[in-house]
Design a protein around this ligand. Structure first.
Ligand SMILES: [Ca+2]
Ligand SMILES: [Ca+2]
Ligand SMILES: [Ca+2]
Length: 390
């Protein structure tokens, strides 16, 4: 309904003074159903525009390039119902340059429905469905592959990270696995420092000591959530990203059949019995596929989801930040969740999502939840991918 009313689109490029490592330009698009003109823009983030006539709907988006509006790599800033000729909104300014789209994908801010909406699936840990607001971030397009793990680990070894695990991987193109949760968060910090970004994880609430070695049970207060460095996604961030903008779908692709088994086959994801050529009869090996294997070039259609992410269903399970709480959803009032939830304050396991090459298809659903001991992990079944702030 709203989109049909939008007849006029204005794009404006904002050029910023050159700042080291900072984004130097961005574009705003205003859709307001009448001629609009930007009259003021000020730091840190105020955008003011006027409309030729009073409007009762508007939509404001930004992107790093004009072409991003067409390819979906854009961020909705604000939308609303007003009756006014002058509108002022907060408009974000990324603090870092836009990363390569082939490495990180923009996950726009907004509400999504978290949890299982399939009445044929009786999973109390996934219920009830609830609405959650999640801020904008970048997420790795692929699971962390073994070659990237090794590159960062080598840099890290001479920069204070002396006990990162070797990890395992079929070869450099496959996801890294055999990692503890602690290995992954330390590696996130190392990747941040290697890329001259601000590390996220610390060993103290004052956030003065960067977490580089040892096994520290991190409290959420040790995390510099506002930093632009790499970190594990929260469980909510992971599920929103996996859904790719779809709502009640079983999987990260269009999939709303009454029986979820009708919506998945071996051309779409790597699971137990999916029939990919990396699946061997031997039970002592690790049957991962290369990251992004289901990209249309090797086996069936391109399975990038709506945000351009691969392997959010299957291949390796992925560590998340949150402690795993089996009754965590049930303890919150439905649709009254805080924005950017970070999970229970404690527990025995950390959340793992997406499941893996050794799981049946039910476990690959976007809503499916699991956990693992953060100090031991789950061997070859479990890897991860990073997110980072804008
Ligand atoms: Ca398989
Ligand atoms: Ca095997
Ligand atoms: Ca995965």
């Amino acid at each position: 309904m709203l989109l049909r009313r939008l007849t006029f689109v204005l794009s404006l490029c904002m050029a910023f003074p050159a700042l080291a490592g900072a984004q130097t330009r961005m574009f705003y698009r205003i859709s307001a159903g009448t001629n609009s003109a930007i009259v003021a823009w000020s730091r840190p983030n105020l955008l003011v525009w006027t409309n030729a006539a009073a409007v009762d709907r508007f939509n404001l988006e930004w992107a790093f390039d004009l072409s991003d509006f067409a390819n979906g790599d854009r961020e909705a800033v604000a939308y609303g119902s007003v009756t006014d000729v002058t509108i002022s909104v907060a408009a974000p300014i990324p603090t870092t340059a836009r990363p390569s789209r082939d490495i990180l994908r923009l996950i726009p801010a907004g509400l999504f429905l978290m949890g299982n909406s399939d009445t044929n699936v009786n999973k109390p840990v996934e219920s009830p469905v609830h609405e959650v607001a999640v801020g904008a971030l970048y997420m790795d397009k692929y699971e962390v592959r073994k070659s990237l793990w090794d590159t960062v680990k080598s840099w890290a070894a001479t920069n204070g990270y002396t006990d990162l695990a070797a990890g395992a991987g079929t070869d450099g193109t496959h996801p890294v696995q055999v990692l503890t949760w602690y290995d992954c968060v330390k590696w996130c910090n190392a990747r941040s420092e290697m890329d001259s970004l601000t590390p996220v994880y610390h060993t103290d609430a004052a956030k003065t000591n960067v977490y580089r070695t040892g096994t520290n049970v991190l409290d959420a207060s040790f995390v510099l959530w506002s930093a632009n460095g790499y970190r594990l996604p929260t469980e909510a961030e992971w599920e929103k990203a996996a859904r790719g903008g779809l709502v009640t779908n079983h999987y990260p692709w269009p999939s709303t059949s009454a029986a979820f088994t009708n919506d998945i086959d071996g051309s779409k994801a790597n699971y137990k019995g999916s029939g990919d050529p990396f699946e061997t009869a031997a039970t002592t090996d690790t049957d991962t596929t290369p990251v992004g294997y289901f990209n249309g070039g090797m086996a069936g259609p391109d399975m990038a989801n709506g945000y351009g992410l691969y392997d959010m269903a299957g291949n390796v399970s992925e560590w998340c930040w949150d402690w795993y709480g089996t009754n965590y959803y049930a303890t919150h009032p439905t649709n009254a969740w805080p924005a950017d939830p970070t999970g229970p304050t404690g527990g025995a396991q950390r959340v793992t999502r997406g499941c893996n090459w050794n799981n049946p298809v039910a476990a690959l659903r976007c809503a499916a939840r699991a956990g693992a001991n953060p100090a031991t992990g789950s061997g070859g079944y479990l890897g991860f991918r990073c997110v980072r702030g804008l």
